[in-house]
Design a protein around this ligand. Structure first.
Ligand code: G16
Ligand code: MG
Length: 220
C-alpha cells in the first residue's frame, strides 16, 4: 500500500496557537473585554472570520461587516508580526523527524490548514520543501469540519482517500478527515478528538511503518 500524508499546521507541526491567542487577546482588550485560554482552545482549526464572530459574541459586541473586516485585518497584522519572528526551533517534537522519514521513503506529503498565513509559517520554520502540495485558507471556500481542505490535498497528491492519513489536533479537523473518508491520527487526547483512529501526544510517537499498518488494517 502506498500511503499519503496530510498535515494540519497549527497544533500539529508548529504551535502558533500561542500567537493567535496573544493577537486575539489584544483585539478583545482594545474592544473592552478579556479573552481566555479556554476560549482560545475553541478557535483551533476555525478560520479567521469565524473566530472573530465567536470572539465578538463572547464579548457581547456587535459590528457590521466592514468593521469586522477591519478588526480581522488588525488582528492579522499583529499575528503576522509575531510569526515573522518564528524559527525552526518552534517545530513541535517529532514533526521534523516524521516529515524526514516520510520524505526518505518517497511518501507524498500535503498541508491541510485553515490558515491564510501557512506560507510564511512554513518558510520561517524551514518546512516548505517537504510539501508536495499545500492546501490552506487561501485555497478553500469552506472551513473544517467540511472535508474540502483534505479532499483537495488528496487530489493534488493523486492519492485515493482510503490511502490518506490526516494528522489533526482540532475536533473540527478530525470531523473533516472522517467526512473525507480518511484515516486520522489525533494529536491530543481521545476525549477531545472523538472518532480518530489513534491518538498521540505528539508526532515523536509515530513511525512510518505504524502508519502503513494502520491504513492496511483499516482497508481490510
Ligand atoms: C489555524 C488555527 C486557527 C486559525 C486558523 C486561521 O488552523 O488553528 O486558530 O484561526 O488557522 O488562521 P489565519 O488567521 O492565519 O488565516 P490550522 O488548520 O492550521 O490548525
Ligand atoms: Mg490545528
Amino acid at each position: 500500500t502506498t500511503i499519503a500524508c496530510i498535515f494540519d499546521l497549527d497544533g500539529v507541526l508548529v504551535d502558533t496557537a500561542v500567537y493567535h491567542y496573544q493577537a486575539w487577546k489584544k483585539l478583545a482588550n482594545s474592544l473592552g473585554f478579556d479573552f481566555s485560554h479556554e476560549q482560545n482552545e475553541q478557535l483551533k482549526g476555525v478560520n479567521r472570520m469565524r473566530s472573530l464572530d465567536k470572539i465578538l459574541d463572547w464579548g457581547g459586541v456587535q459590528k457590521n461587516n466592514e468593521e469586522k473586516e477591519e478588526l480581522a485585518t488588525l488582528k492579522n497584522t499583529w499575528y503576522v508580526d509575531m510569526i515573522s519572528k518564528m524559527s525552526a526551533a518552534e517545530v513541535l517534537p517529532g514533526s521534523l523527524e516524521l516529515l524526514q522519514a516520510l520524505h526518505a521513503k518517497g511518501i507524498k506529503i500535503a498541508l491541510g490548514s485553515a490558515s491564510k498565513n501557512s506560507g510564511l509559517i512554513l518558510e520561517r520554520t524551514n518546512l516548505t520543501h517537504f510539501f508536495d502540495a499545500i492546501v490552506d485558507g487561501n485555497a478553500v471556500t469552506t472551513s473544517k469540519p467540511d472535508p474540502e481542505v483534505f479532499v483537495k490535498g488528496a487530489e493534488l497528491l493523486k492519492a485515493a482517500a482510503e490511502n490518506c492519513i490526516v494528522f489533526e489536533d482540532a475536533s473540527a479537523g478530525v470531523e473533516a478527515a472522517i467526512a473525507a473518508k480518511m484515516t486520522v491520527v489525533g494529536v491530543g487526547e481521545e476525549k477531545n478528538l472523538p472518532g480518530a483512529d489513534i491518538w498521540v501526544k505528539d508526532l515523536s510517537a509515530v513511525s512510518v511503518q505504524q502508519l502503513i499498518d494502520l491504513v492496511v488494517q483499516k482497508n481490510k
